[in-house]
Design a protein. Structure first.
Length: 365
C-alpha cells in the first residue's frame, strides 16, 4: 500500500453471538445486506469517498472473509489481513495492526451500517487537531451503548459504557467509527486484550490528548440482533438508509439478471430479487421481501416480510411471513403436513417438511 495514503481498518473479529444461528457458519460482518455481505456494503460506502486501501482485523472464521474478498482487486480495493489467534478486543486489534499505519487512519466496527461522509469526518478531525475523533449518533435508549458527553466546541468530556438509567448524561453514543493518529498506538498495550472504549479513550482524556466528537451520521444501525437485521432492510426499502447501487424502481422492485418470474406470479413491492431466481406460477412475493441468488419459489408459494439468503427453495403452496431463511434452507412438498408454530409463520397447505437448521425466525419487516 502507498505510504501516507488514507487507509481504513475494519475490526471484524467478533463472533456475532446474538445473531446465531445465522452466524454459526459465517462471521457477522459477512451477513448479507440486500444480498451482499455487510462488510462489502461498508466498503462500497468508503469507495464513494475515495478510500480504497483496507486492512481487516479478523479472528472468528477468518478464512471465510479472506476467501470472499481475496486481495480486494475484484472489488477495486487493496486489502490486507491481520488474523488474531485469540480475541484482543477493539484496542488490542488496533494495536495488532499498528505497523500498517504511518499516518491518520479510519477505524470501523465491522458490524455497523451507516451513512456518513467519511472525508468530512477526516476534515473535521484535522480541524480539531485531535488525537482521536469519535463519530456519534443519537439514540432513544443509550443504556446498551457507550455514551459520550462532549462540550460546545466538540471535544469529549466523559465516556460511560452501558450506563444505568441514573448514569445517562447524554443520548449520543459511540457509533463505532473513528479517526486515529498513529500516536494513539503508543498508548495501547501490546499482546493482550484491550478495550478501546472502556480503557483507551478515558486514558487519552486523563493524559490530556484531544478527543473530538463528530455528529454527522445521517443513518446508523448496529446489526447485532435479528430485529435490527430486519429493521435495516426495512430502512433501506423506505430510503432511510442509502446503499450504493440500490435504488427501487417505480414498482418498488429490483430484479437481478437471469431471474425468471412466471407471468401469473404476483410481485408486490418493495421487493429485492437476486440473480438466477425462479418464481413459479401463481406465486405471491412481497411486500418487504429480499431474495438472494439461486432461489426457487415454486408454484403457489407465498413469501412476505421475509429475507431469503442464497439457494433457498420454497415448495409449492408454502407460505412464509416474517422469516429470515439462511442459505440452503428448503421446504420440500409432498411429505407429511407440517405447521411451524415458532415466531413468524410457515404454513404448508399441501403438506411439507422443513429441512435445514439454518433458519432464524424474527420480527416482521
Amino acid at each position: 500500500m502507498e505510504r501516507g495514503k488514507m487507509k481504513a481498518l475494519f475490526l471484524a473479529g467478533g463472533m456475532g453471538t446474538r445473531l446465531r444461528p445465522l452466524t454459526d457458519k459465517i462471521p457477522k460482518p459477512m451477513v448479507p445486506i440486500m444480498n451482499k455481505p455487510l462488510l462489502e456494503r461498508s466498503m462500497e460506502n468508503l469507495k464513494k469517498c475515495g478510500i480504497d486501501e483496507i486492512v481487516i482485523s479478523t479472528c472468528y472464521k477468518s478464512e471465510y472473509i479472506e476467501k470472499y474478498f481475496g486481495d480486494g482487486s475484484k472489488f477495486g480495493l487493496q486489502i490486507e489481513y491481520i488474523c488474531e489467534n485469540t480475541p484482543l478486543g477493539t484496542g488490542g486489534a488496533i494495536k495488532n495492526t499498528g505497523h500498517l499505519f504511518d499516518d491518520t487512519f479510519l477505524v470501523f466496527n465491522a458490524d455497523i451500517l451507516c451513512n456518513m461522509d467519511f472525508m468530512e469526518l477526516v476534515k473535521f478531525h484535522k480541524s480539531k487537531s485531535a488525537a482521536v475523533t469519535i463519530a456519534v449518533t443519537r439514540v432513544s435508549n443509550p443504556s446498551a451503548y457507550g455514551v459520550i458527553e462532549y462540550d460546545k466546541n466538540g471535544y469529549a468530556l466523559s465516556f460511560t459504557e452501558k450506563p444505568k438509567a441514573d448514569e445517562i448524561k447524554s443520548d449520543y453514543i459511540n457509533a463505532g467509527v473513528y479517526v486515529l493518529e498513529p500516536e494513539v498506538l503508543r498508548e495501547i498495550p501490546s499482546g493482550r486484550p484491550v478495550s478501546l472504549e472502556r480503557q483507551i479513550f478515558p486514558l487519552l482524556l486523563r493524559k490530556g490528548h484531544k478527543v473530538a466528537v463528530y455528529n454527522g451520521c445521517s443513518y446508523w444501525m448496529d446489526i447485532g440482533t435479528p430485529e435490527k437485521y430486519l429493521q435495516t432492510h426495512e430502512d433501506i426499502m423506505t430510503g432511510d438508509c442509502r446503499l450504493s447501487g440500490v435504488r427501487f424502481n417505480g414498482l418498488g422492485v429490483i430484479k437481478g439478471c437471469q431471474s425468471v418470474i412466471d407471468i401469473t406470479a404476483v410481485i408486490s413491492g418493495p421487493v429485492y430479487i437476486g440473480d438466477n431466481v425462479k418464481i413459479g406460477a401463481y406465486a405471491k412475493v412481497g411486500p418487504n421481501v429480499v431474495i438472494g441468488d439461486d432461489v426457487r419459489i415454486h408454484a403457489g408459494g407465498s413469501v412476505s416480510n421475509s429475507i431469503l439468503w442464497n439457494n433457498v427453495d420454497i415448495g409449492s403452496l408454502a407460505e412464509m411471513d416474517g422469516i429470515v431463511a439462511a442459505s440452503d434452507f428448503k421446504i420440500q412438498c409432498g411429505t407429511i403436513p407440517h405447521d411451524n408454530a415458532l415466531t413468524g409463520k410457515i404454513n404448508i397447505k399441501s403438506g411439507g417438511k422443513v429441512l435445514g437448521k439454518e433458519l432464524m425466525l424474527g420480527a416482521r419487516l
